[in-house]
Unconditional design. Sequence first.
Length: 395
Amino acid sequence: MSRSDKPPLSSLISTHDFEAAASHTLTSKAWAFISSAATDLHTLRRNSSAFSDITLRPRTLRNVSHIDTTTSMLGHKLRVPIFCSPAALAKLVHPAGETAIGTACKEAGIAQCVSTSSSYPLGHIVAAIDGHAVETPHEVPVFFQLYVDKNRENTRKLVRAAQQAGAKALFLTIDLPVPGKREADERVVGDAAISSPLSGATAGNDAKGGSLGRTMGRFIDDSLSWADIPWIRRCAPGMPLVLKGVQTSEDAELAIEAGVDAIVVSNHGGRTLDTVPASILILLELRRNCPEVFDKMEVYVDSGFRRGTDIFKALCLGAKAVGIGRGPLYAVNYGHEGVLKYIEILRDELEATMKLCGVTSLDQLHPGYLSTLAVDHLIPSRPGKSPPGRVGSHL
């Protein structure tokens, strides 16, 4: 198969099919940038493999003829508990880039979070979404993901512009003070013409290689700390603040103290620091060590979600919504229609999982639908917290 020969969209029936098609049809640089992860790829693999170690406990003989998958994020209704996580440079895959992802989100009734390293200005993306006609209107939110610039005035201007463009919340990424070492991306020479209009960053090549993530991430401020949260709030008055990249129960508790509106449990899709736990295990750690976080703020999760069963398990552990990042980039290989089909595949799989587990609405989900025995020993316990094995209904 040549790089121009894509299988027909109608032949793709799982999210894995989109990845396989992208591996054969994207340019070498686009594929390296999107698919790569940090160093030895352990976390990349574990993000997906950990789901099979958490097993389902279906309940039967329940009327599941009507299913409700609706939820909300920060007060905004979603048709499905899914959102498109921020993912940079979608134009590498398709000329419409983030606008195709956004219009598909509108049609599917889910939220989109636009990256600081987007291929298009936020206002351009929002205008495309607003102008996209759909049969069933969905007032879906657009969120803005922020990397803080070493030049703090640049950040202040960027946040103000995001507010003016209509962003409904600010997702502050906290797990990337420096870009991860993504060796597959380093090995492919970058194109100096690649740039992001929001961050102003441009691609480059040097003695270390040509990683887009590294060379375009040089503006990121590695001095950002918890003490800066009030300053971020002042930059975006009245705008909900979400911390993206929480990876421990200790930091989840600090997020509560900081008074943010929500957190995203995330390891950046394994792209930043290798050998950190799979995101679903981090969510399990929160459930064990600081369950109060789920009552005090909304908790989202991303990194490695490829199946409706994956989403179901995260929701059972307390996640309000699940983010998909790489997937929409693989799917935008087919434009707006590809992203829409990708989302609908996950929706169909989630609905089927709910029915097969005897669930008709998301508010019925709880850890009792899971057995975590195979991974309980991987969850760190803290002094004064519950001992291992106190989450699922296997007690």
